[in-house]
Design a protein around this ligand. Structure first.
Ligand code: DGL
Length: 294
């Protein structure tokens, strides 16, 4: 059973305003695909990105661990002055967004696999979904399929090993291609014409995936839709940054590990030369693991 957390425990929050940053969080580097879309759509927003790389991947963690980390990082971002939080992790959203939303005093935007767009565009009525085991077995994902894909054959494939590959900046090694081929070949054989990238790490594998599926599949990545949802939510709360003048998106990058891979991936995939801060965000489940550290 999940331990008791009182709702909305954080009182030390300065009044929210448009100039405050948006927090973006992922278990690791995958949320950079969401950050890329947010920067493109909302260039005036200041961003603070947290990669929980020390504890990635979340996909094989237990539910309580994921909720514990998501809440701790959300609280940390609130303490940094964040006006909104994007949980740029399908796994953390699927498992804990309601729990965390009740406990943070800022608006939250989550991510979920693009089942609805897949159902709208698949012609063969067969679609593949690559996501973590936690996402695929969540009640939230099952409800999404029931709601939007009743007439679609949905082939769910846990992407074991893919998050780990992106975390070490491997987006195209022969081993990774072999792993992907094993996941995608059965989908192609079953006639799937659409592939839902149900984990924010996977858009960084699009070239590798494309080299296997060619033009036979449409890839569904929801990062642009998430950026639009963030724009709507900030607008509803009167929290959009002022776009007057030479507003230029700025981003602060933080990692719970040494940050070297975050810096490497941000440079390779986003063209950003990021200074990465190594931050300590202890939580109930990691306190013991961190007592020897730093
Ligand atoms: N980017 C996360 C997601 O979208 C990866 C989860 C993990 O760490 O396993 O699900």
């Amino acid at each position: 059973m999940r331990p008791y957390y009182p709702a909305r425990t954080i009182l030390n929050v300065s009044p929210l305003c448009g100039a405050a940053p948006v927090g973006i969080f992922d278990s690791g580097l995958g949320g950079l695909s969401v950050l890329r879309a947010v920067r493109a759509l909302l260039p005036a927003e200041r961003l603070v990105y947290v990669a929980d790389s020390r504890y990635a991947p979340y996909g094989q963690r237990d539910d309580d661990f994921i909720a514990d980390r998501t809440l701790a990082i959300g609280e940390w971002l609130v303490a940094q002055g964040a006006k909104a939080l994007v949980v740029a992790c399908n796994t953390a959203t699927a498992q804990s967004i309601e729990f965390v939303r009740e406990r943070l005093p800022i608006p939250l935007v989550g991510v979920e696999p693009g089942i609805k767009p897949a159902a709208l565009q698949s012609k063969t009525r067969v679609a593949g979904v690559l996501a973590t085991q936690v996402t695929l077995r969540s009640a939230r994902f099952q409800a999404l399929v029931e709601r939007h894909a009743a007439d679609l054959r949905v082939l769910c494939q846990p992407g074991h090993g893919l998050v780990e590959a992106v975390e070490r900046c491997d987006t195209g090694s022969p081993e990774l291609l072999a792993l992907l081929r094993g996941y995608l070949a059965p989908m192609l054989d079953a006639g799937a014409d659409t592939l839902v990238l149900g984990c924010t790490h996977y858009p960084f594998l699009d070239t590798a995936i494309r080299s296997i599926v060619g033009e036979r599949m449409t890839l569904v990545d929801t990062s642009v839709a998430i950026a639009r949802q963030l724009e709507r939510v900030l607008g509803q709360h009167g929290l959009l940054a002022d776009t007057a003048g030479d507003a230029q998106s700025s981003a602060r990058f933080c990692s719970t590990s040494d940050g070297a891979h975050l810096r490497m991936l941000a440079a390779a995939l986003l063209g950003i030369d990021a200074q990465v801060e190594s931050v300590r965000i202890p939580s109930r489940r990691t306190l013991e693991l961190e007592t020897d550290a730093v």
